[in-house]
Write a protein that binds this ligand. Structure first.
Ligand code: ADP
Ligand code: MG
Length: 252
């Protein structure tokens, strides 16, 4: 069965989608079977993987209309994608009267989990019903922490939602994979200050890897390509390769 990793942070713009797309591509390049489940209605991970976000409702149809998950999956050179779409924004309200509403994504992914080694879930920038669904479906949580802003503060909120999910027995096996420092620029004062603060508050939870800041990301995004396609030898591609080695012991 697949390891299911939810990439969570309630703030937007902190590197969730970039991390999700690049981890999927790196793990795929290492020969593993990968599914990226885009669970943000903005569907940036869907387009980041080169899939048109307007052709289907994607994961929304599995959640709300009971569509078969396998029918919604699109294959790409960087891994399979369960796409997202704008429709997902309404799912939180529509699921209110549904039985087992916290377990909808879990049920959708269970149908295909045996076909993959890793499933990465890109979460929306909120601790919403959708995010709870992702935390119930996941085996591990990865929290990207942007080293350029005060996103360090938000980490405790994610951790308390994780505790809540476990306390209410929605997912007893949920574990924290760790905190992944992203957009790291070791030369800047802010990165140094935030590293210190993060270390003091959550030292034992920080992963032994980091993703450096790179302009290549913005350029790749502008071209609608993954970093591996756009700039395979940039420092950042290497950082995600090192990250999968340290996080999952996978070598490309
Ligand atoms: P989120 O999914 O949390 O909203 P994104 O992954 O979309 O965040 O990242 C927000 C912005 O930061 C994007 O423009 C992205 O290209 C940029 N970005 C992400 N990671 C890096 C990085 N390591 N270096 C430079 N820019 C980055
Ligand atoms: Mg995003």
């Amino acid at each position: 069965m697949a390891k299911i990793i939810a990439i969570v942070n309630q703030k937007g713009g902190v590197g969730k989608t970039t991390t999700c797309v690049n981890l999927a591509a790196a793990v795929k390049a290492a020969g593993k079977r990968v599914l990226l489940c885009d669970f943000d209605p903005q569907a940036n991970a869907t387009s980041g993987m080169g899939v048109d976000k307007t052709t289907s409702n994607g994961v929304y149809d599995a959640l709300i209309n009971g569509a078969e998950t396998a029918q919604l999956i699109v294959s790409t050179p960087y891994g399979d994608v369960l796409p997202s779409s704008k429709a997902l924004a309404g799912a939180g309200v529509e699921m209110i009267n549904m039985e087992d509403r916290q377990f909808l994504l879990k049920a959708a992914l269970r149908q295909v989990a045996a076909n993959y080694d890793y499933i990465f879930i890109d979460c929306p920038p909120a601790l919403s019903k959708n995010t709870y669904n992702a935390l119930v479906a996941a085996s591990k949580i990865l929290i990207p922490v942007q080293m350029e802003a005060l996103s360090v503060k938000g980490v405790s909120e994610v951790l308390s939602v994780m505790d809540e999910v476990k306390e209410f027995h929605m997912n007893d096996n949920l574990e924290l994979l760790g905190l992944l420092p992203v957009m790291v620029d070791e030369r800047t004062k802010i990165t140094k200050q935030l590293s210190k603060l993060l270390g003091e508050k959550h030292g034992d939870l920080i992963l032994p890897c980091r993703i450096r800041r790179s302009v290549k990301f913005l350029e790749a995004q502008a071209h609608g390509q993954s970093i591996f396609e756009y700039a395979p030898y940039s420092s950042t591609g290497i950082d995600y390769e090192i990250a999968i080695k340290r996080m999952f012991n996978i070598k490309i």
